[in-house]
Design a protein around this ligand. Structure first.
Ligand code: VG1
Ligand code: CO
Length: 543
């Protein structure tokens, strides 16, 4: 075996987005493309000689091949050891857990998250640092700069490693340890949650269904829910990870988790239904005929955290991304703890968690997590709900309604316009920016506009500033309209329009969210010229 240095040249656009580099599989299959990006990562993260790298992915098409390439490159670049999930599988939160538990230098996670998989679909790769969290912007920027000047990469010539059996072998002086992808993660869940209480709940008539969407959480869910917690066999549906996710869109929302949603809105619906995404970091929570918005879920978990063993000592603080509803802010206020507002993307929570400023974090995009790892965590959120329900013994709907009565209800919705022409999307943003100049002080949808801005964030720990994180129209009564462009798509642009209004009066909390927000929605469409400029009459996905 020998280390080879291969001459190469930069490719356009290897710039990590909201959550790593995501492209069509065909783009990744170009000669040198993956190698260039991986070498650029290795060239940008400092001295890792002899250190440990964690490697795994969500099992999508190209996962196995990429793993073999990365193993050869890690060996050629001087890593001492790689921990790789069996079959190449590691969910994003499990990878975060393994990085932390084994003191790894960092990890490479192969996933395009909720984007579809398969030969004509998407692939992705992201680098996580030694705290287990997504690389901060300074690191992703350094990686991007390196991709623009790269002229060679290092790789060893060696046959494929068998990643389908646990055990250790050597690759050019580097140890490759194939690990059980579930074990460390399941052990961490047992430390946080009251497994006895949940087992008791599940053993006494409580009906639960979990949709793994043929993505990475299948093996985790079968082990934890069925084997360890005694949920009935088969409660995990679509449990087998498939390279194309069974042709589906592994995005746990009301549109793409249709089967589960139908089952949960049936008259014989189970008590709790949940789903997770391609890489296992998102969660959707449904009660019988009841959808819990992710923003409400964060607030409710925060308000009930002390009933869960891992958080019995209380929370140090809460953080939410800017477009996430302000429901969590009210809980933080009641608990007398700080609530931070960060830009979209989990990487912005890392510093706050490392500094001990926050315990729980959440995003409106079905992401919830805590400082047990440094990623959002789908199964953790489901276990949290199960634990709270095991203690409170009431339906999901009554738990949520009780929360609204106490804290008020933040009506909330996100409208996504997917696959829009990029020029049209930019024109929409420009139109909103223009409107922002004259809106403050005037009335829109019967409410007075208090202020408008383009959200900017200064990290309270390292002082780094992130600008242009979303155009906001803020009303005096606390309502909000927000526009931003997605940073995770691979074709065209996705416009996200976020809407929120607050209702303290319990007698007015029972409306359908789209109805309650109808005025704001119409105003937002009008102000932005969204329909006129994109030629679309309605959103692709409404959450
Ligand atoms: C979306 C969500 C964001 C999330 C990101 C990664 O980003 O809005 O909240 O952090 O996906 O999620 P964007 O830029 O498309 O709005 V995922 O599950 O990659 O892991
Ligand atoms: Co994800």
């Amino acid at each position: 075996m020998a280390i080879r240095t291969v001459s190469t040249r930069p490719f356009d656009g290897q710039r990590p987005g909201t959550s790593g580099l995501r492209k069509k599989v065909a783009v990744f299959q170009q000669e040198h493309y993956l190698e260039n990006f991986v070498q650029s990562v290795f060239d940008s993260i400092g001295d890792f000689k002899g250190e440990t790298l964690v490697l795994g992915g969500d099992g999508r098409y190209f996962n196995r091949q990429a793993i073999q390439t990365i193993l050869r490159m890690a060996a050629a670049n001087g890593f001492g050891r790689v921990l790789v999930g069996r079959h190449g599988i590691l969910s994003t939160p499990a990878a975060s857990c393994v990085i932390r538990k084994h003191g790894a230098f960092g990890g490479l996670i192969l996933s395009a998250s909720h984007n579809p998989g398969g030969p004509s679909q998407d692939f992705g790769i992201k680098y996580n640092t030694g705290n287990g969290g997504p690389a901060p912007e300074a690191v992703t920027e350094a990686i991007y700069r390196r991709t623009q000047s790269i002229d060679c990469y290092r790789i060893v010539d060696a046959p494929d490693i068998d990643i389908d059996r646990t055990g250790t072998c050597a690759l050019e002086g580097m140890a490759v340890e194939v690990i059980d992808p579930v074990a460390d993660y399941a052990a961490l869940m047992q430390e946080i949650f009251d497994f006895d209480a949940i087992r008791d709940l599940l053993g006494n008539g409580f009906r639960f269904v979990f949709d793994a969407m043929h993505a990475v959480t299948g093996p985790y869910a079968v082990e934890i829910f069925e084997r360890q917690l005694g949920a009935s066999e088969g409660c995990v549906i679509r449990a087998e990870p498939l390279e194309d996710f069974g042709g589906g869109h592994p995005d746990p929302n009301l549109t793409y988790a249709k089967e589960l949603v139908e089952r949960m809105f049936d008259e014989h619906a189970p008590d709790l239904g949940a789903a997770s995404d391609g890489d296992g970091d998102r969660n959707m929570i449904l009660g019988a005929r009841f959808f819990v918005t992710p923003s409400d879920s964060l607030a409710i978990l925060a308000a009930n955290a002390q009933r869960v063993p891992g958080y019995a000592g209380g929370l140090s603080g809460i953080a939410r991304s800017m477009p996430t509803s302000q429901a969590a802010d009210r809980v933080a206020e009641a608990l007398g703890i700080p609530c931070y507002e960060t830009p979209t993307g989990w990487k912005f929570f890392g510093n706050l968690m490392d500094a001990g400023r926050v315990t729980l974090c959440g995003e409106e995009s079905f992401g919830t997590g805590s400082d047990h790892v440094r990623e959002k965590d789908g199964l953790w959120a489901v276990l949290f709900w199960l634990n709270v329900l095991a203690v409170r013994r009431m339906s999901v709907a009554s738990l949520v309604r009780g929360h609204w009565r106490r804290f008020g209800r933040n009506y909330y919705s996100r409208h996504d316009y997917e696959g829009v022409d990029m020029t049209a999307a930019e024109a929409v943003m420009a139109r909103v920016r223009k409107a922002q100049e004259h809106l403050p002080g005037s009335k829109l949808a019967g409410r007075v506009v208090r202020a408008c801005d383009d959200f900017a964030y200064t990290d309270p720990i390292d002082g780094s500033v992130s600008r242009h994180q979303g155009l906001r129209i803020l009303f005096e009564d606390g309502s909000r309209i927000v526009f931003r462009l997605s940073g995770t798509g691979t074709s065209g642009a996705t416009i996200r329009m976020y809407l929120e209004s607050y209702e303290p009066d319990p007698s007015r909390q029972g409306l359908d969210a789209q109805q309650a927000l109808a005025g704001l929605i119409a105003a937002a469409v009008d102000v932005s010229g969204l329909h006129e400029l994109t030629g679309r009459q309605q959103p692709t996905v409404i959450t």
